[in-house]
Design a protein around this ligand. Sequence first.
Ligand code: BG6
Length: 488
Amino acid sequence: MVNWKWGKKADMYQVRHKFPKDFMWGGAFAANQAEGAWDIDGKGPSIADYHIGGLPDKYLNKREDATIENQRENFILNEGFNYPKQRGVDFYHHYKEDMALMAEMGLRCLRISIAWSRIFPKGDEQNPNESGLKFYDDLFDEMLKYGIAPIVTISHYEMPVHLVLKYNGWHSRCMIDFYIKYCEVIFHRYSSKVKYWIPFNQINLLSFNTLGFLKDPDKNELTMMFQAVHHQFITQALSKKIAHKYRNDLLIGTMLSDKTAYPATCKPEDILFATLKNKMQYFFSDVAMNGYYPPYAFRYFEENGVSLKFAAEDELLLKQYKMDFLSFSYYYTQTADASENSYSLRDYSKNPYLMASDWGWTIDAIGLRTVLNIYNDRYHCPLFIAENGFGAVDVLEADGSVHDHYRISYLREHFKQMKEAIRDGVDLIGYTVWSPIDIVSCGTSEMKKRYGMIYVDLDDFGNGSNKRYRKESFHWYKEVIASNGEYL
Ligand code: BG6
């Protein structure tokens, strides 16, 4: 297994021109987008299992009027509908074949997530589901057999549905207890196999996927969101406390979805707006890495009618259990125009200098160097790129090849900028491409938005042979890893 020193700083007085020799080149994907097998071996339904995203939903029996009752019923009205995440790419049954391919690519680490509802099908049981635990035991053994270090996201957009319907997800403080119990079980079981843990995928993306609460039309939605994320901050801190009961050197990192915004122009209004908008993104890592709520957040809360409940122990917990590293996903940058946009991460303007993918995601390799520098200067901590990749429509040729040169050129440009950031002195320790294998898209639930280096023959409706094929990028990434980033 790869062994690298966590938090190793660049040699003093020397510019580092190459990737560190123990750089963690790897891949990443989430249980709910890959595993399938959504209702077998005791697994309970998770919220991701009922996600349809951008697929046509004209047959979906959805109640639009957003009363809490209707939102509840939406979960159960649509049995039998096409929910791609319920089948994923059946990694659950193909993991041995898939791990062999990833080992052939030379991955040094793999970031996966554990499906919470495989371990606790409803989320509030006394005892875990042994079959679910065994699956991950076998999976970690398979990774370690090839020297691939597991990095585990504990919750990646897929809490048990029952926790939403009965407790209203993270809006309720009792979620902390359910999650910590889940942590106790998985740390106890896997701490000898897994050293690196990320409690929440993209903690700054405030959505139903991450927070799992049903909106109450009578309550301030922002208050509900920030209250829910406060519970996650406390949980994140507690998870570090619990982890150390099992193994002192477990490392717990927070994760952001980087959506750093450029000012639309050099007008002072735009500069200020982009600065403040970015601060409200870094708020989530500020709390996790610095161990307290930054003062600027309280101004934002005051001006947006957000009022939060804190428990007496919260302040100390955040301070005592700061995160060990910062990981983030990087797909695109945003542009902030003071006269057009709001602070929401989803509200931004077009950048006329950048091309975009078929899904409108800007392609901005230089931006990666910029944000690496920003995080480095802000936290002076080890940085890990937990996700980055290019979603595109790929064509499987009759001879089984896939010529995804566009993906190679996207990645090549990003790797060049990572190298530049290392020259800038950034302590970048790893990179996991999203994704080594095709999986169901998170946002749109499509198969046709492919990120993989291994093609999976399945379409949006589950038609296809489910066979795996090596894409051109598979061979290219293998060379990159073998040369430790010298061959680009
Ligand atoms: C990240 C998520 O935000 O983006 C992943 O953590 C997701 O789960 C990835 O797959 C790409 O998004 P999408 O919607 O193109 O799959």
